[in-house]
Design a protein around this ligand. Sequence first.
Ligand code: PRX
Length: 635
Amino acid sequence: MSNYHIKHLEEYFKVYRKSVREPEIFWEEIAEEHFLWRKRWDKVLSWDFKKPEISWFEGAQLNITENCIDRHLVTKGDKTAILFEPNDPNEKAQHITYNDLYKKVNQFANVLKQQGVNKGDRVCIYLPMIPELAISLLACARIGAIHSVVFAGFSSTALSTRINDSDCKMVITSDGSYRGSKTIDLKGIVDEALESCPDVKNVLVAKRIHSEIFMKEGRDQWLQPLLDQASTECEPTLMDAEDPLFILYTSGSTGKPKGMVHTTAGYMVYTAYTFKNMFQYKENDVYWCTADIGWITGHSYIVYGPLANGATTVIFEGVPSYPDFGRFWDIIQKHKINQFYTAPTAIRALAKEKIEFVEYYDLSSLKVIGSVGEPINEEAWHWYNDNIGKRNSPVIDTWWQTETGGIMISPIPYVTPTIPTYATLPFIGIQPAIMDDKGKELNGNQVEGRLCIKFPWPSIARTIWGDHKRYKETYFSTFENNYFTGDGALRDATGYYRITGRVDDVIIVSGHNLGTAPIEDAINEHPAVAESAIVGIPHDIKGNALYGYVILKEIGNTRDQNNLRKEINQIITEHIGPIAKLEKIQFTNGLPKTRSGKIMRRILRKIAGGDTSNLGDTSTLLNPEVVKEIMANVL
Ligand code: PRX
């Protein structure tokens, strides 16, 4: 019996048990029945978390693009693979079929080869959310080049650091990008970055905004004329199961960004399998993940996972606020989206706007609505469930990381009963462990501690590019024989998991461990509050006290602020207890956020603690200007 598609809770438990008791047999069956291999593996799994070394399907040979494209051509050649929705709603959407995708990827792969890119070479991709972005990833994979996508919102310094760290020989970019009503000069940013990247010999430039740009003789070439001359056939390069597929940078709590390395076979198997189940994807469904392909969510759940399942996946170029705050809902109506996957920060931002923006559109096509990237607070969860899912489409709160490659803990829609703020149960094959501070595993239910994974899964990142020592130290040294996630979690009386936030965000007040997420949840329940962030500040008696930054909805701005402070603390007292009351509450117009929407608590912590001497690099923030405002009004 195929265990590929889980449809009932009993089935989940049965398959889960099998995946834990006989992991090799389980994953072998999944791999065998659902993918195309050129050579079978000799060994399903070998691993040693001490070294650490992990390999899946060793000895196998394959090419992931044959799995994502070629094998669908016979039955789905005319099906839309990529549905491109441009920034401007008046520009026509593009339907790229699997047949088209095959030709485009092969042409691009041939261009890469002509330009001297070989198997194992690193190619940096710095593109906006246009079809060329997905196609360039697949073109690299077709010939075995390792792609390193850098989110096209990063600055030139961030870009050059990443290019140099993995020694990329080529950059693929565009003349510019659209972002709402603005255009961004991407090529100018690349030019600046390349001043400090002497090893980049080749830059391919896609045309998007048709602006006049500088093209450096002997280095820069327009992409389209090269593609036009290239053959639409390109024999896929045979890859070993453990050959690197891509590098993707993620920031650590300290130091330079970490180039996480994902390899071919395990990543393919796990992203495909999780995609099928997490989104309960059925033939003819239209699936949309709003993430940028510059992040792991886009790699795994816009490109590889959906295409490996022969799905239709949407690429949206724009932003949720353009031309107005109804844009997401407009797109859902227009393309009859069935599965929608977004981030809590987007949900909260849209929940702040008038509900008419939602009500105007028909969202009845939706079957699954997902969330990823940070804990989704209770208020946002309910808003999403009530207004977008209409209490008819399960909300899946999916917990995972760049390092994990795929979704790790999440409800399976229509299978796992959901509870707000709970990521619920581990996915098939995932063996979480909750540890206490001393490194002892806390067995049983109703425990809280640090979240580890004690057994390998196919898509775990294998190393940090060029720094295996750091990989070992960061993930495998805190708890012996375990992968340490850096997150805190609790397991409730029923065995459900709730992610409580990064453990570096845990604040100990008078000896009590307080997670920031539940406190923020409570504050956000106040009708005048739009968003909040809590940090710890040093306190003579308690050790730490809590400092809250609160963004008010419009109605809040007309209220007496001291009364509001009292009410907020009242709510916290009700939800958590008086121990969690805030010492100080600063009202602000914004919170410093990374480009992926995460609050930079490190900066908030320093400002609240009165230490503004070294705030670190704030240039990569989405909104560096709010830092000044916060500093000016600190209490
Ligand atoms: O703290 C967790 C949080 O985001 C971290 C991983 O971030 P990144 O590597 O950028 O990947 C984000 C997209 C997969 C985690 O360590 N996180 C992610 N999803 C959730 C979450 N925290 C709580 N609930 C989630 N659903």
